[in-house]
Design a protein around this ligand. Structure first.
Ligand SMILES: [Zn+2]
Ligand SMILES: [Zn+2]
Length: 154
């Protein structure tokens, strides 16, 4: 739980630094994607007019496979620009766990990608196109097709 005392906040800013286990995000782990490290948070809560302002960052590490080429990968994700306003509760304790969790969930992609430019697998033979070209792709000879287009323009 990420929480702090309101009466203490009214006296001084409060640093909230710590971690929560991967299960805290309640993401069903699959072979494609799972949260593989604790969720780290590094926040500063300040009293402002009418409430509390919480700023800082939250991060974790995902692991799984690339959604295109199926290579195993790990990827750090971080939301480093947190800027959340809370109204002060009647009780002395303000629990911001749900809000912080929402902020890191925003950063979790549907699919992991080893790189934006990942070329995926060959649709015919299944070979990883980021490595050597396979024989079936060589046979396609895309350069020749472009050559034909150039001829048409002439
Ligand atoms: Zn890939
Ligand atoms: Zn192929």
């Amino acid at each position: 739980m990420i929480k702090f005392s309101v009466s203490r906040l009214e006296k001084e800013p409060i640093e909230l630094v710590g971690e929560e286990p991967p299960q805290w995000l309640e993401i069903e782990p699959t072979d494609l994607l799972k949260v593989s490290e604790s969720v780290h948070y590094d926040l500063l809560a300040k009293a402002v007019s009418g409430g509390a302002l919480v700023e800082g960052k939250v991060s974790t590490v995902l692991s799984g496979v690339c959604g295109r080429c199926l290579e195993p990968i790990t990827q750090k994700i971080e939301n480093s620009g947190l800027h959340l306003f809370f109204e002060l509760p009647k009780a002395d304790e303000l629990d911001i766990s749900e809000d912080i969790r929402g902020e890191i969930l925003l950063e979790i992609p549907m699919n992991l990608l080893c790189s934006e430019n990942c070329r995926g697998l060959c649709p015919r033979c299944g070979k990883n196109q980021n490595m050597d070209k396979c024989a079936c792709c060589d046979n396609e000879e895309p350069d020749d097709r472009w050559g034909a287009l150039d001829n048409l323009k002439l």
